[in-house]
Design a protein around this ligand. Sequence first.
Ligand code: FAD
Length: 413
Amino acid sequence: MNQTVTVIGAGIVGISCALELQRRGYQVTQIDRRGPGEETSSGNAGLLSYSNITPLADPALLRRLHRLILNQDDDFLLHYPHLISLIPWLLRFVVRCKRKIYLRDGAAMNALTGASIEKHKLWIAQANAQGLLNQGGGLKLYRERETFLRDQLERELLTQCGVRHRLLDPQQVYELEPDLKHVFVQGVLIEDTVSIRNPEKLCKAYAQMYVDAGGQVRRATVRSLRRSADNWELNTDQGTEAASRIVVCMGAWTPEIIGPLGYSNPLAIERGYHTVFAPGQEARLSRPIFDVDASYVMAPMEMGLRVSTGSNLTYRETRPDPRQVERVLPRVREAFPIDENLLPEPWMGRRPTVPDTLPIIGAAPRHPNLWLAFAHSHMGLTMGPISGELIANCISGTEQPFAINACDPARYL
Ligand SMILES: Cc1cc2nc3c(=O)[nH]c(=O)nc-3n(C[C@H](O)[C@H](O)[C@H](O)COP(=O)(O)OP(=O)(O)OC[C@H]3O[C@@H](n4cnc5c(N)ncnc54)[C@H](O)[C@@H]3O)c2cc1C
């Protein structure tokens, strides 16, 4: 039996699919225009995170919708020329801002997250990459009591899902992170969250396991896919080739390839930025913090303190808009002693997101031997390994570990 599979995209999702399929006995070829993990999967905040099981369509968001539309809150920057084309997406998003839907989608996110973090831990051990893993949890910090109360539903979701988390008063926060400045009134330690000290290195470590076991990674830009007789034809900048089974894991670029097959684009692109600081005065941060009122995540990494921003809703390819980075920097200095900025320009990445925030994982609705794994939004680093497992189960006809209809491609394609 022909056991070949071609995986397009070598971000964390594509790498995980390739590795898992190879371990099920498939002969896998992976294609990417860049090296493994060098696009969005390199520059994220490194959290394998339970605090992100919260769907973006939060009922509390509706109460500040006017502020978001007027670009008054730093967690969100809307590029106005993009608004008209975003309206259908936004309407589907806004109708989901209901408690019942939020808790249901959050439970589905939690199932994916829990299974994926367990698999990460296994792969990290197998890749001998334990040095990249920080098991100190994730710390959510509030400057305003009002914001803490606003996030009540999120804590209800964590409790409902059995995610271990602890409320901390300011003294407990500063005992845990003594170098933080005293600007916080409340903390929540998500004990089950872990983090990665260098996400690109992690991707490359997983890709190396796949290569060491005989897997191929080829560098090429895929231009289109075409069905011919019983096969797929892949048109790349290196020529045309045949493939029997294809898994598309191209993150924000997936619509470019599946659009011409008749699938409409379901994505909004939330761009995000990061910069990196040297810690000041020998200050030490033991775990990532999310400064909720100031809208940034600061994570201790191998390269320094990586500060990541919220969502910049705009076209995928317009030029970078560093306003969110500029706005959060003074707030970072209020919270932690930082020294020089180690990046000449902020890094920019693209989070591809559908209105329910859940990824798209499974068989393409109208084409045989074509599978999709994309739209991982804020959670792709976390959900890479489980995406690989679910796709391998789909292809091999193995029963899924839990119901995955929440990720069904047909809900948007
Ligand atoms: C600022 C920021 C912070 C984040 N923080 C976190 C976090 O803390 N935790 C978390 O879990 N997630 C986080 N994320 C999200 C996470 O980074 C993404 O969800 C994840 O990287 C998506 O992985 P992917 O493999 O789907 O996409 P990508 O990593 O973008 O991979 C897609 C691949 O497709 C390739 N490709 C595209 N077009 C073509 C083509 N035509 N031919 C060949 N190859 C092509 C690209 O080169 C790329 O390698 C964050 C994202 C951002 C932007």
